[in-house]
Design a binder for this molecule. Structure first.
Ligand code: TYM
Length: 328
């Protein structure tokens, strides 16, 4: 049987160049490697406050971004998480097999919760990794392409699979994460010591930014002392981040990127980075606009939900039977 490759993206905030380099742009290639299941994690988007209209709009955007990245709808199953009720049904079972202690140690939870008033932290945010584990388990997924910040969530899924299979026999398939060699963690342009994230407008390049803004943001990215274009994340985090972006956009190694800029000044280097990003982002945005205008995502998502449900249901029944839920 061919590999099952699965990943999801949350429709919160605007998608960034980090999401694009870390995951999105790599997905079309994967369709030749195995069976691809990609989705919009809209239930996960509810774990932080979001306006209904924003969620709807972000979900359309995200579906269109997936397609604009070059995914052939015939070669993937693309759907909204909330259209496949098996995610929530499996969640109701699996929440009993992940424990408070391990969930409270999750970096993403700690990060997000530390910025919130404790009385406003929803149970869904705490239990986030349970639903994510269900997303993965439901499709007997083998490979989970993600950025570095999601590794811990895939690791806890593996713990859950082990725990469950030890108790009930080999019911669940064991997944593993896969990260890019170059670009698994794109950093903020305004503070290259923190990750570029959807909630940081200053340091982000958003996939919907116009090209003038993209160029401006790259040209004013924080750089480091000295004048050598060299990869040294410790001492030169700003330049290293831009080198990573450049190498990722050109599909070359960091070393190859470094060689291109020996003896060049920061200004010249930044112009080349901006050119590389724009060369890819501009046609991407054109495709995105067309897809939104023609509502191309609608039929794809509808069909995707039907296919996904078929797969997910089989696993759900297997789990229900394993734990002793009576099927009459
Ligand atoms: P999300 O929506 O935060 O991010 C989507 C993907 O983008 C990656 N990413 C980055 N990669 C490189 N550099 C960055 N600065 C950067 N920022 C984000 C993320 O690692 C991610 O792969 N929990 C997931 C969504 C999800 C999921 C799943 C993923 C729900 N269920 C099942 C895989 C499998 C999330 O919030 O990603």
């Amino acid at each position: 049987m061919s590999e099952r490759i699965l990943t999801g993206i949350k429709p919160t905030g605007q998608l960034t160049l980090g999401n694009y380099i870390g995951v999105l742009r790599n997905l079309p290639k994967m369709t030749d490697r195995g069976e691809c299941i990609f989705f919009i994690a809209d239930l996960h988007a509810l774990t932080l406050p979001i306006e209904p209209e924003t969620l709807r709009q972000n979900s359309i955007d995200l579906a269109s971004f997936y397609l604009a990245a070059g995914l052939d709808p015939k070669k993937v199953t693309l759907f909204l998480q909330s259209s496949v009720s098996e995610h929530a049904e499996l969640n109701a079972i699996m929440q009993n097999y992940l424990y408070m202690g391990e969930l409270s140690r999750m970096t993403q939870f700690k990060d997000k919760a530390s910025k919130m008033n404790e009385s406003a932290i929803g149970l869904g945010l705490f239990a986030y990794p349970v639903l994510m584990a269900c997303d993965i388990i439901l499709y007997d997924s083998d490979v989970i392409p993600v950025g570095e910040d999601q590794i811990q969530h895939v690791e806890i899924t593996r713990d859950l699979v082990n725990r469950f299979n030890n108790r009930y026999g080999k019911v669940l398939n064991m997944p593993k994460y896969e990260i890019r060699k170059v670009g698994a963690r794109i950093m903020s342009l305004s503070d290259p010591t923190v990750k570029m994230s959807k909630s940081d407008p200053k340091g982000d390049i958003f996939l919907k930014d116009d090209m003038k803004t993209v160029r401006k943001k790259i040209m004013s990215a924080v750089t480091d002392l000295g004048c050598e274009v060299k990869y040294d994340p410790e001492n030169k985090p700003g330049i290293s981040n831009l080198l990573t972006i450049y190498a990722a956009m050109k599909d070359i190694s960091i070393e190859e990127a470094e060689k291109e800029f020996v003896g060049k000044r920061y200004g010249e280097f930044k112009t080349a980075v901006a050119d590389a990003v724009i060369a890819e982002l501009e046609p991407f945005q054109e495709r995105y606009k067309q897809i939104v205008a023609n509502k191309e995502y609608e039929a794809v998502l509808k069909e995707g939900a039907i296919k996904a449900k078929e797969m997910a249901h089989k696993t759900l029944v297997r789990v229900q039977e394993a734990v002793g839920l009576l099927k009459i």
